[in-house]
Design a protein around this ligand. Structure first.
Ligand code: UDX
Length: 453
């Protein structure tokens, strides 16, 4: 089979390379000529473990190529996938569909024969119908079946997520589109993956509802962590106790500084707007959005409280800047409001991240100093704040931390260190949602921030 993937961004590249590795002939079309040239030269413009190798193998096998001109890619295609960006529109939180409709209009004008149009981009409910109408309007001579095939890829494990999905969702109102998508995903059949066929609107909503539900799970455990601190309970034992109930499941119950990234913040906002516009307000989702924003902002208060109420002229090592490990993505990372606030409060921030420093320079204040590794960030620091749980930070031994830093404060916003071992090494360790003799409680943190203002 043969497909065209419009957009060589994160989703387009991962999906294109994975389809190619499953035996499909894939042409990825990208408007940006620099990006096409880089890809043709074997350079992958995004950070995703395993992707460079997968792309190189498929290119060598002759199943994957990159093209700047859409009309050259289309002849012979069984399906065209739209994998262009749908960022949050400034001001109202709706998804910005300008790239989707521009690509669809260009496609309609250029299509040489009836071809299935599939949206991979996350688009609001009703977009599939609007695309079908656009196709009919521009090309009344052609029958273009439309399908919605949302992706559920996590940054850092996107290839694994594509090749071994929990399910494949295909929304369509045409037998022909369903048949093409079933054939494309057939190589995954032996693994017993369920391909769920629904209407267009349902598939579009499954994507948003899934992400909003996961975001809600995280937000729930974060609130429980605050409660644990106040009543002397341990949030990890709580999460385990809840997660063993198979109706709940153990995943996405890890407390932290609030969710970030390219999907959860954008998709929860968009679902909230979709529901409001449909006069069926999603109040839980609205609350998740505001609780998560407030949480990210409150983290600086915890740090302040851990440092005894002031961080002025304190040298603070910030370990991890990206919204999660195994990515260079800083979008909506909790590190952004945390570092801004620490700098405002007079702290000297020395930051280190294994992959995100280039992007971080754009998002963090100019005063931040960047270290070349954890050791140089920590050397002589009055304290450390762990924001992202990269494996290399897990490996830092408490005794070594104590010997390397000048001070003793460690604010562990991802609970990667063992509180007892940290205490035994003489460190003043502050975790999230765990009992400890000295810790910055959620309540204290608010007071500390109020006092600083
Ligand atoms: C997410 C979805 O998982 C994926 O299916 C969708 O296609 C895109 O959005 P991603 O944003 O890459 O993927 O990362 P994910 O691993 O889901 O984490 C999202 C955020 O939630 C991160 O900031 C992470 O630190 C946070 N998180 C996740 C927690 O705080 N606790 C958890 O238990 C899980």
């Amino acid at each position: 089979m043969r497909i065209v993937m419009i957009g060589a961004g994160y989703v387009g590249l991962v999906s294109g390379a994975c389809f190619a590795s499953m035996g499909t002939e894939v042409i990825v079309v990208e408007k940006d000529p620099c990006r096409v040239a880089a890809l043709q030269a074997g350079r992958i413009p995004i950070y995703e473990p395993g992707l460079e190798r997968l792309v190189a193998d498929s290119v060598r096998a002759g199943r994957l190529r990159f093209e700047a001109a859409l009309d050259r890619a289309l002849p012979g295609a069984d399906a065209v996938f739209l994998a262009v960006g749908t960022p949050s529109r400034r001001g109202d939180g709706h998804a910005d569909l300008s790239h989707v409709f521009a690509a669809a209009a260009e496609l309609a004008a250029a299509l040489p024969a009836p071809t299935v149009l599939v949206t991979k981009s996350t688009v609001p409910v009703g977009t599939g119908r609007r695309l079908a109408a656009l196709m009919r309007e521009i090309r009344p001579d052609l029958d273009v079946p439309v399908a919605s095939n949302p992706e559920f890829l996590r940054e850092g494990s996107a290839i694994e997520d594509f090749m071994r999905p929990d399910r494949i969702v295909v929304g369509t109102d045409s037998v022909q589109a369903e048949a093409v998508l079933r054939a494309l995903y057939r190589p995954l059949n032996p693994a017993g993956v369920t391909l769920l066929c629904t209407g267009l609107e349902t598939a579009e909503l499954i994507k948003y509802a899934t992400n909003a539900f996961l975001a809600m799970k995280i937000t729930f455990i974060n609130e429980m962590a605050d409660l644990c601190e106040q009543v002397g309970a341990d949030v990890h034992e709580l999460a385990r106790g809840m997660g063993l109930d198979r109706r709940i499941g153990p995943k996405f119950l890890h407390p932290g500084p609030g969710f970030g990234g390219s999907c959860f913040p954008k998709d929860t906002q968009a679902l909230m707007r979709i529901a409001q516009d449909a006069h069926a307000p999603a109040r839980l989702v609205e609350t998740v959005v505001s609780v998560n924003e407030a949480r990210k902002a409150a983290m600086a208060g915890r740090i302040l409280a851990a440092f005894g109420g002031t961080v002025r002229r304190r040298r603070i090592a910030v370990l991890g800047l990206t919204f999660k490990p195994e990515t260079d993505d800083m979008r909506d990372s909790p590190a952004i409001p945390i570092v801004h606030r620490l700098v405002e409060l007079g702290a000297e921030v020395v930051a280190y991240d294994p992959a995100g420093m280039e992007q971080a320079r754009r998002d963090l204040p100019a005063e931040v100093v960047y270290a070349s590794g954890a050791a140089s960030a920590l050397a002589g620091a009055d304290g450390a704040v762990l924001v992202t749980e990269w494996n290399e930070f897990r490996a830092l031994a408490p005794d070594w931390l104590r010997a390397t830093m000048r001070g003793r404060v460690v604010v562990d916003l991802r609970n990667v260190f063992d509180p007892a071992a940290m205490r035994a090494a003489g460190l003043d360790h502050h975790a999230i949602g765990r009992p400890a003799p000295h810790r910055a409680l959620a309540g204290e943190a608010e007071l500390a921030l109020a006092a600083a203002d």
